[in-house]
Design a protein around this ligand. Structure first.
Ligand SMILES: Cc1ncc(COP(=O)(O)O)c(C=O)c1O
Length: 388
């Protein structure tokens, strides 16, 4: 007799069975259509079942699905060519992995090996993943409880840049930050703090890591969000949408950093597998040829403008934050009921960030009507019975 296995959900169940997706929309099993500003935690930024990605993946699936990166494959070569065209100018090395947390693990390991030091510095409210090293630099005590994480020094995102020098110890191997804190309330790191962290890293010989897993790949209106900071890191992580929704992540570094992971110092069975690499190649080409960052910037400006006009002034709203199509509405109440109302009454899927923020991570392709649907829906859901 078969056992009945109970699926353990990592995330709270949203009570919806999604059966189909097309660009910014998904459909449930009774045919109801939703505007998807959750987008699989942001993985579908290029749209659900984007035809350019689907075609590349189907073609690849017919040719070759599994091969270790001990071997060359055309899809790995193509992924390298296409990703090089959108990579930041300071990057010289790359590894591919499967998930965001794996990319952060590899980035930290490379920093330890390249510097010979142990210490790590991160920011309060950070989120970098939930495996051991990445959890160690994730701030939320609720995620860390009961797990023997590594020692991390957490600095406030509002630290005075003049204080940073004192707060970064000599034994620091890595300083890791998100350009905009995706899970921690959409707080943007300010340029002076980024510069001070860069200087502190240089002073003690640590490596600066920008985690662009959520901010990267066009979402903020630039290919990489850190372009707006005027500061270059030594290592960058990318993930979520870089394979158009399939699992793939990447770490990029200056010369000699990721090289420490070669020849058995790191590994992952599915890393750089042909199917994901075909998807990375197609997604990177699509991003560049379709001008996705520019489109995200324009759509983001429209959505943000509407949020500022209609939502920001509401009594129950503290403010609107974010950049491009990574936007948040900070409420004076728990976002849970608002998210439920959006899903059930307005057919808009969104997600939370931190304790009080409704986060919107829509695909780049959202239209003016979509933006209006989000904003009018939010207005009704926030005001609800209580009035605004
Ligand atoms: C900035 C950042 N880093 C790391 C991660 C972890 O990525 P994954 O869930 O793919 O492991 C996330 C996921 O939300 C993220 O936003």
């Amino acid at each position: 007799m078969n056992v009945v296995l109970k699926f353990v959900r990592f995330y709270g169940y949203r009570g919806l069975r999604i059966v189909k997706g097309s660009m910014q929309y998904v459909w449930d099993d009774s045919g109801r259509k939703y505007l998807d500003c959750h987008a699989g935690h942001g993985a579908a930024f290029l749209g659900h079942s984007n035809p350019a990605i689907v075609e590349a993946v189907v073609r690849q699936a017919r040719e070759l699905v599994a091969a270790s990166s001990s071997f060359s494959t055309p899809s790995l070569e193509e992924a390298l060519t296409e990703f090089s065209r959108i990579a930041p100018p300071w990057a010289e090395e790359i590894v591919f992995l499967n998930t965001g947390t794996e990319a952060v693990e590899a980035a930290l390991k490379a920093a330890w090996l390249a510097t010979g030091k142990r210490g790590i510095v991160a920011l309060k409210n950070s989120f970098h993943g939930r495996t051991l090293a990445s959890l160690s630099v994730t701030w939320n005590p609720r995620y860390r409880r009961g797990v023997p994480v590594l020692d991390t020094r957490f600095l406030s995102p509002s630290t005075d840049p003049g204080e940073v020098e004192k707060l970064v110890p000599e034994d620091t191997a890595a300083i890791i930050v998100e350009p905009i804190q995706g899970e921690g309330g959409l707080t943007k790191i300010y340029a002076e703090l980024a510069k001070a962290l860069r200087e502190a890293a240089d002073r003690v010989g640590a490596l600066l890591i920008f985690d662009e897993i959520q901010t990267g790949f066009g979402r903020t209106g630039r290919v990489w969000a850190h372009e707006s900071l005027g500061v270059e890191p030594d290592i960058m992580t990318a993930g979520k949408s870089i394979a158009g929704g399939l699992p793939a992540s990447a770490v990029l570094s200056r010369e000699g950093v990721l090289a420490t992971l070669a020849s058995g110092r790191h590994g992952s069975t599915h890393a750089a597998n042909p199917l994901s690499m075909a998807a990375v190649a197609a997604a990177s080409r699509f991003l560049r040829e379709e001008g996705v960052p520019d489109k995200a910037r324009a759509a983001g400006a429209l959505l943000e403008g509407l949020l500022r006009d209609r939502i920001e002034g509401l009594r129950l709203v503290r403010g609107v934050r974010g950049e491009g199509l990574m936007l948040g509405v900070e409420l004076r109440l728990d976002p849970g009921p608002v998210l439920r109302c959006l899903q059930e009454s307005e057919r808009v899927l969104a997600l939370r960030s931190g304790a009080t923020v409704v986060r919107l991570l829509p695909p780049y392709s959202i239209s003016r009507e979509d933006a209006e649907m989000v904003v009018y829906g939010l207005e009704r859901c926030i005001c609800g019975g209580s009035g605004c």
